[in-house]
Design a binder for this molecule. Structure first.
Ligand code: NIG
Ligand code: FE
Length: 415
């Protein structure tokens, strides 16, 4: 077993321990240790507390001394991305800004289908390399866990190629990748059948292989006029649950509806929600489904933000994620996007931090991370500053100087 190590002192450790999973948060509601230290043992956190006390009682331990003002927050979790893709959609972006809508561009052969063409042409190795590069970029910004969806293959072989690329990439990079099958992204134009038969084809032929090859335990679907309707989505997701998969939904992006199904089927999360109105907000708030805001898609498409303030005030649990993808959200910078969401939706820093840490962990059903507390994974980010308010104030420009993943330094700048 690795030797235990003591690291500190930190002006603040934003532990977020025992903070509520649901509802609005003020900064006074979150746990912060002033002048703190962390003891690591192997991949886990052994103890967190006052630096003076921990140092006095553990003087024999290896000591990583932080010699200037620094603060510490849990490793950031990006719980919704599409970073397995090939090709660029810069042309779509320009067309949108010149007045065409996302759905019009999709109808003209751009949009998701365009990325499917490029992704199908790419080799598994090329896709793997792309994922690793993007995951390393995320790590340098403090993201220690990232969910990655398939969904640009849309055939059995191409979806398998994507999910295998995610699995290989996960073994080669330090950031942990959590895969999700999004074969139900849109009906591929070359499928000989209707939406219902496409989903039946996927559930009958792909689900068993996903289980057999342990490629994912999560199934996602895009519920939208241009994608899949509620009734056939319900059938598909029920089959996914019967196979033992966890489920999540791209819901209420342009048209409300998907969020209700997420609650009906007890999905882990309902993601997007830009078009959610009062009825959807109430239904979500009265459920255990995590509402996931994707401000990068609102910025990329020039659309309204998810009604994050209303969701939180109604009592929902709100996670925030980048949705990094080549179409609607090409930026991929979660901290920047959370900061912008905060300014428009009037969210406290506590709500933003919760949204990118333990509430995002809940969206992925991960109970071993998201806070800095005993027995959790030793995933955390150190910033060279004296107050956590500085993180969102700098709108993504204040980067962590050290990122720990599983108890080891995974990224560092000036040490
Ligand atoms: O979450 N809305 C559906 N899917 C993605 C966009 C994918 C794309 O445009 O390539 C999203 O925004
Ligand atoms: Fe998405």
């Amino acid at each position: 077993m690795n030797n235990a190590q003591l690291i500190g002192p930190f002006k603040q450790i934003v532990t977020l321990e025992n903070s509520p999973l649901k509802g609005a948060l003020q900064d006074k509601d979150i746990a912060i240790i002033e002048d703190g230290a962390i003891i690591l043992q192997g991949e886990k956190i052994k103890e967190v507390g006052s630096f003076d006390l921990l140092k006095k009682d553990n003087n024999h331990l290896d000591f990583i001394e932080i010699k200037h003002d620094a603060i510490c927050i849990p490793g950031i979790i990006d719980c919704h991305t599409h970073i397995c893709f090939a090709g660029s959609r810069a042309r779509d972006y320009a067309m949108r800004n010149a007045g065409k809508t996302y759905l019009e561009i999709a109808k003209m052969g751009g949009g998701i289908w365009d990325t499917v063409q490029h992704t199908r042409k790419a080799s598994k190795e090329e896709l793997t390399e792309g994922i690793i590069n993007r995951a390393n970029t995320l790590l340098s910004r403090g993201i220690t866990t990232v969910e990655v969806k398939s969904g640009y293959g849309l055939s059995i072989d191409d979806e398998l190629k994507m999910l295998e690329a995610i699995k290989v990439a996960n073994n080669k990079c330090t950031t942990e990748l959590i895969s999700t099958c999004l074969a139900a992204h849109i009906k591929p134009k070359d499928f000989d059948g209707n939406h219902k038969t496409y989903l039946e084809y996927i559930s009958s032929n792909l689900f068993p292989i996903l289980k057999q090859k342990s490629l994912t335990n999560r199934i996602d679907i895009f519920i939208e006029d241009e994608a899949f309707d509620i009734d056939i989505s319900r059938e598909y997701l029920k089959k996914a649950k019967d196979h033992g998969f966890e489920i999540t939904i791209h819901a209420d992006q342009f048209t409300p509806g998907g969020s209700r199904l997420a609650v009906e089927l007890n999905a882990l999360s309902a993601d997007h929600l830009e078009a959610s109105g009062e009825p959807e907000i109430t239904v979500l708030a009265n459920s255990d489904v995590i509402s996931v805001a994707l401000p990068g898609a609102s910025i990329g498409l020039g659309c309204a933000f998810t009604p994050a303030r209303k969701l939180l005030d109604a009592g929902a649990s709100l996670a925030i994620s980048s949705d990094w993808n080549p179409g609607s959200a090409p930026m991929g910078d979660l901290v920047l996007q959370a900061a912008i969401l905060g300014t428009f939706e009037k969210l406290s820093n506590a709500e933003l931090l919760a949204g990118i840490t333990y509430r995002a962990a809940a969206a992925l059903n991960l109970t071993d991370r998201g806070t800095i507390s005993k027995d959790k994974k030793a995933d955390f980010c150190i910033y060279d500053t004296d107050h956590y308010n500085e993180i969102f104030y700098h709108q993504g420009k204040l980067l962590p100087s050290i990122v720990f993943k599983n108890g080891k330094i995974a990224h560092s700048t000036n040490y």
